[in-house]
Design a protein around this ligand. Structure first.
Ligand SMILES: *Cc1c(COP(=O)(O)O)cnc(C)c1O
Length: 473
């Protein structure tokens, strides 16, 4: 059966079995929306196990001591933490609340790392009190931390965030250069009490080659730290491990070719002929590469097997020789297949010039990352009772914020059998970033609820309740 909804240039989502099962039960979807409101974020974390397994298998094949820390910022549910912990993974946290919630949830200190870009003294104190490793970003932060540690008389364990000086790596606001860290450690007598237990970095983009280069650079810094009497144990290469939302490579390349071929102002593929940052027929760098071939295990293999320094030694060998554990902090790729967002159709109408619009009970921050658009086709469930006969329609999805540019997605969609108020639109694979990273409740609209599949039922995640309690506190 042809889909009830697809992009005018289709980008067909890869679905998990749990998503397919749920979508064959429109009655249940409707009940969930009636009970919890629209939009609604649904999570089933069973796929996380597979995603973790793919990474671990590659590490094992290369004899690499390996540990995974879920990047919490990619999804705020407590369910995600529970699943990561149950899989033997740690969690990478980026704020006081994220750390506090993990500690209260029973994640052990050695399974946590604080990588917040800016750290409040409350966050520093909470980490020190609980013996959680902090990724140090700069000298001011290091000195604040030492003050806090001096007051409590506790040791502080840190990873140094390394800003690479390799000319192949783009300049970064995060961390300091190796020589800056070494200067700091050598010059200050105040650094006693600071245990440097690892090196941390996180790169923009998804290049395996770049990570191999910075891993080698990190290991050189580790050698220098050992000479200074420190005993670092790990290199944490951050996140950015690729995933793929689309199976069909031809759809992905075809979309960009079709978009490039459109004359200016032609809205047959995107709103106001939006090129989504593309300049020509290549995929735009302003969106996530929604189709990728090299993901997770295969991608990690490229890093571990690489001889990035040309010294006849692979990254895996360099790690092993030094007895260094490789850590990573994947967010998106661990959550691949773990989330789906449902929203109810509020109305069908036309723009003043006749262009068809489908309005959703949802705003555009509720299925959006920092990418220019989410380039994955939603699915339609015909749960509505149309007030007139359903007829084929080609339309844009608009949302609840009172802004002309309030598009849920920037692409145009076909509804071969029509669409009506009361229908449901399902956005697949939204668990990593799409639900939470920039969600807002402007106009005093409530944030979407989060449900997790738990012991055979859809249960509300406790993060929703905790957020309300903390607002009131
Ligand atoms: C965002 C972030 C991650 C996660 O990145 P993904 O692309 O989701 O894998 C990991 N570590 C740090 C420090 C980050 O800022």
């Amino acid at each position: 059966m042809p889909p009830l909804m697809h992009g005018t240039a289709p980008l067909t989502a890869r679905l998990e079995p749990w998503m397919e099962r749920l979508l064959t039960d429109p009655g249940l979807c409707q009940e969930l929306i009636e009970e919890h409101g629209s939009p609604l974020n649904l999570h089933d974390f069973s796929a996380m196990s597979r995603n973790i397994g793919e990474l671990r298998q590659t590490a094992e094949e290369h004899g690499t001591d390996f540990q995974i820390y879920l990047a919490r910022k990619a999804n705020k549910t407590i369910g995600a933490i529970d699943q990561a912990a149950a899989e033997g993974c740690g969690v990478d946290v980026a704020s006081f609340r994220e750390l506090d919630q993990c500690l209260k949830r029973g994640v052990p200190a050695d399974r946590l790392i604080v990588t917040a870009a800016v750290k409040s003294s409350e966050l520093l104190t909470l980490a020190v009190d609980n013996d959680v490793v902090l990724s140090l970003d700069n000298v001011d932060e290091a000195l604040d931390l030492l003050d806090i540690a001096a007051e409590s008389g506790r040791r502080v364990r840190v990873a140094l965030r390394l800003a690479s000086t390799n000319p192949k790596i783009a300049p970064t606001r995060f961390g300091l250069r190796a020589e800056q860290w070494l200067d700091f450690l050598e010059s200050a007598d105040r650094t006693t009490g600071l245990e440097v237990c690892g090196i941390h970095f996180h790169l923009n983009g998804y290049s395996a080659q770049q990570r191999a280069l910075v891993l080698a650079e990190s290991l050189r810094l580790i050698d220098a730290l050992r000479d200074l009497g420190h005993a670092p144990e790990f290199v944490d290469m951050g996140g950015g491990i690729p995933m793929s939302y689309l199976d069909d490579a031809a759809q992905w390349t075809g979309f960009w070719e079709d978009l490039a071929a459109l004359p200016a102002g032609d809205e047959s593929l995107t709103w106001k002929s939006d090129r989504l940052g593309a300049n020509g027929t290549e995929p735009s760098g302003s969106v996530y590469p929604y189709h990728q071939k090299l993901i997770r295990g295969e991608w990690l293999k490229q890093i571990l097997a690489s001889d990035s320094e040309g010294a006849g030694e692979s990254v895996a060998q360099m790690l092993k020789e030094r007895g260094i554990q490789l850590r990573c902090e994947p967010g998106r790729t661990l959550l691949d297949g773990c989330g789906m967002t449902l929203a109810e159709v509020a109305f069908v109408k036309t723009r003043s010039d006749g262009l068809p619009l489908v309005g959703l009970h949802m705003n555009r921050t509720q299925c959006r990352s920092t990418s220019a658009d989410f380039l994955v086709d939603p699915l339609l469930l015909q749960t509505g009772t149309p007030r007139s006969e359903r007829v084929a329609l080609s339309a844009f999805l608009v949302g609840a914020y009172c802004i002309e540019e309030e598009l849920i997605l920037r692409r145009r969609f076909e509804f071969p059998q029509g669409v009506a108020a009361g229908d449901l639109v399902a956005f697949p694979n939204t668990g990593g970033y799409l639900m939470h990273i920039i969600e807002s409740g402007s106009h005093q609209l409530p944030l979407a609820r989060n449900l997790c599949w738990d012991a055979g039922e859809w249960a509300q995640d406790s993060v929703d309740k905790q957020s309300i309690e903390m607002e009131l506190a």
